[in-house]
Design a protein around this ligand. Structure first.
Ligand code: GLA
Length: 690
């Protein structure tokens, strides 16, 4: 009865076996081998305290029997039984997919493990589906997207992008010798603390060393749990957090988990480039995934809540003058919104600020030749709003608990169909009446007092809320195919692949200090596509750390360039400089947004930053120094990557012209003396055709 399935990607194999007992066993993930050699190894009991199952590598561990380790699945059957026995039933294979069905015969419930893959890359898309063929409900207590088995070896270093508000995407590494390393969110969204990803490696660098990685396409409460057992086996589970989660799967229904994208490469550079391209090709909404993002102006840090036709048009004129393509008005345009104490929920144009309606501004922006975008925070309401006065029961709440506020806000219960419809309608009405091409969808607080009296099983609220957000975003995009959506959550709280399945781009942090931003951008670049990363040039230099306009531009040009500065205060020289950089950015935009990315040096590890992007005949290099003097470490040999060894590249640096071969640039490199703190240079290299 034993069977073997081999998933073949561009460079790797993922092998699964079904043993005599019907257990679906993990056999291999890594380099390709001769398919004939795959075998299902025996598993042994070591002593009575560990069962043979504890020692087995299983594709999807279920709770029950003699299995004591962490599991991917746990449920409660209608008769109260919490023990599962899922054995192989059948498999369906196509050129690009494998689906293995397991069945718990005693209850007529099935789990289908899905694997999607191609020969274009080394990413496998995994998800699980539970199908309730019985005539009674099953309570799902835990349903992970995938279980991961790594080759049994020395301890792995596990990386995650951790942080807090204003300090997102700090890369941290933990050596997993024993026990577990957990990353999770219990806040309703991903939040700023951890990411729904794993990166497991052993002494890997950007260029060398095996790297196993995965990123979950789900931005609600998530869990990543990596464990290493007493025999040195490293396993992981990744998916929806089981904390305060359960889901009632009624007779005849099925539940499909979010997808997780897993891969294995050598070095972090290949990992990032493969995942970035995969996201653009396969994950992000099709309408804009392959189109370059426009240079955007957002007026938030210029006018804050104090918006008017006059001040917005004044900024719009300047934005157009320097070359922006899209003008976005942020918070403050609706309801009785004058600061952050009131107004959320009342998505009608504020008549004092816009006495003739919003079209006066939008027409003005359009006449200048720019598209118009608008900010919403649709999942929220404030006590001081008409919406709350009319529908106080539309928030998550418990009768005997007072609702806690954060930024004076309360979270709308999007699991109520009428609330979900209201949220869609608010944006839909604005889109119907106005030429709005872009929505920045914000979300500025975690959930609390999570009562949802409308749900038969209130523990479904976390999941249902996240799915409601995705559903509304999808519906808007379907009805308005030209609409671009940006996901923002107090900065980077929604900068993850779940959001990127439904939104075209994300905001990574409210911290726009250009040096801090280099660290944030590096963390983001590990598993997410550069093109989807909005990066603003602002005036933080005025109240934080002084930095030149050149530095601020060259930092933001390493993502999707955007401007968030108060252009009304800019001198003619500054406006001319901004115009020059935006024009340069438009020339290099395809390379930045869609090219291969090489992290040559980073401020944290190498005391300066060098980032290179390569696409077709162009390479772009950014060199930035940190805030400290480099003393006698200022002399750098910067070796490029990803060039054509035999080609000649023409470029200018420090006002001198050079023509050098790719081989020279990659092996000998560019000599630089980086003597000045907070200095930044850009080098555009053009491959000469002979
Ligand atoms: C959040 C966002 C900001 C801005 C404000 C508006 O903080 O992260 O970019 O939109 O809300 O209130």
């Amino acid at each position: 009865m034993s069977k073997i399935f081999v998933i073949e990607t561009k460079n790797t194999h993922y092998a699964i076996g079904v043993d005599e007992r019907g257990l679906v066993r993990h056999l291999h993930w890594g380099d390709k081998v001769d398919k004939k050699d795959y075998d299902i190894p025996a598993i042994w009991d070591t002593n009575s305290n560990y069962s043979d199952l504890d020692n087995a590598k299983l594709e999807y561990t279920v709770f029950g029997g003699k299995l004591y380790r962490n599991c991917a699945f746990k449920c409660t059957y209608a008769d109260g039984c919490r023990d599962s026995v899922f054995l192989f039933e059948n498999a369906e294979e196509t050129e690009n997919s494998l689906a293995i069905t397991l069945v718990d015969k005693a209850y007529d419930v099935r789990i289908k493990l899905h694997y999607l893959f191609s020969k274009n890359d080394d990413i496998i898309t995994r998800f699980a589906e539970v199908i309730n063929d019985s005539n009674a409900s099953v309570m799902l207590d835990r349903i992970m997207s995938a279980e991961i088995n790594l080759p049994t070896e020395k301890p792995y270093e596990i990386q995650n992008m951790n942080g807090s508000w204003g300090a997102e995407f700090q890369l941290e590494t933990t050596e997993l010798k024993t026990g577990s390393v957990n990353y999770e969110s219990r806040k309703g969204t991903m939040g700023h603390t951890n990411h729904p990803v794993f990166i497991a490696s052993q002494n890997a660098t950007e260029d060398y060393g095996r790297v196993y990685f995965g990123a979950l396409g789900y931005g609600g409460n998530f869990k990543v749990e990596m464990t290493r057992d007493y025999r040195g086996m490293t396993r992981g589970i990744i998916g929806i957090n089981d904390f305060d989660f359960s889901y009632e799967l009624k007779a005849g229904e099925s539940f499909v988990t979010p997808k997780v994208y897993i891969g294995v490469t050598d070095g972090f550079a290949v990992m990032s480039n493969m995942m970035g391209k995969f996201a653009v090709e396969n994950i992000m909404p099709k309408s804009f995934a392959k189109k370059p993002l426009p240079v955007l102006y957002n007026s938030w840090e210029a006018t804050w809540f104090d918006v008017s036709v006059e001040n917005q048009l004044e900024l719009a004129k300047k934005a157009k003058q320097i070359g922006c393509e899209l003008f976005v008005m942020d918070d403050g345009w609706f309801g009785d919104r004058h600061d952050d104490h009131q107004g959320l929920g009342d998505w009608v144009v504020n008549k004092q600020k816009f006495p003739n309606g919003l079209n006066e501004l939008i027409d003005g922006v359009n006449e200048l030749g720019m598209d118009f975008g608008l900010w919403f925070e649709p999942e929220m309401v404030q006590r001081d709003s008409d919406l709350f006065r009319t529908h106080p029961d539309w928030i998550y709440h418990y009768e005997k608990r007072e609702n806690s506020e954060l930024r004076n806000q309360l979270v709308l219960n999007l699991t109520k169909p009428e609330v979900k419809q209201f949220v869609f309608d608010c944006m839909d009405k604005m889109l119907q009446k106005h030429d709005i091409k872009y929505i920045k969808w914000d979300m500025n607080r975690p959930f609390s007092e999570i009562g949802a009296e409308n749900l038969e099983n209130p523990q479904e609220l976390w999941y249902r809320h996240t799915m409601a957000v995705y559903e509304i975003a999808d519906k808007l995009k379907e009805k308005y195919p030209y609409l671009q959506l940006e996901a923002c959550s107090s900065g980077g709280g929604r900068a993850e692949l779940g959001a990127l399945e439904h939104f075209d781009m994300v905001w990574t942090s409210d911290n726009t200090d250009p040096l801090d931003r280099l660290t944030i951008q590096k963390g983001y670049s590990m598993l997410y596509p550069t093109k989807s990363m909005r990066a603003w040039v602002t005036d933080w230099n005025d109240w934080c750390r002084p930095t030149s306009l050149d530095f601020r531009f060259l930092s933001s040009m390493q993502g999707s360039l955007s401007i968030g500065a108060n252009l009304s205060k800019y001198s003619d020289d500054d406006l001319a400089k901004a115009e020059k950089y935006i024009s340069l950015y438009k020339d290099i935009r395809p390379t930045i947004q869609f090219g291969d990315l090489y992290r040559l040096a980073s401020v944290r590890q190498d005391d300066y930053n060098a980032t290179e992007y390569v696409k077709d005949d162009q390479a772009v290099l950014f060199i930035c120094t940190g805030a400290d003097s480099l003393f006698n470490h200022q002399f750098k040999e910067i070796r490029l990557k990803g060039l054509d060894s035999n080609a000649i590249y023409s470029f200018d640096i420090d006002n001198k012209h050079f023509e050098k071969s790719g081989a020279y640039l990659m092996n000998v490199g560019i000599n630089q003396c980086l003597g000045t703190p907070l200095e930044c240079k850009i080098v555009v290299l053009k491959k000469l055709t002979n």
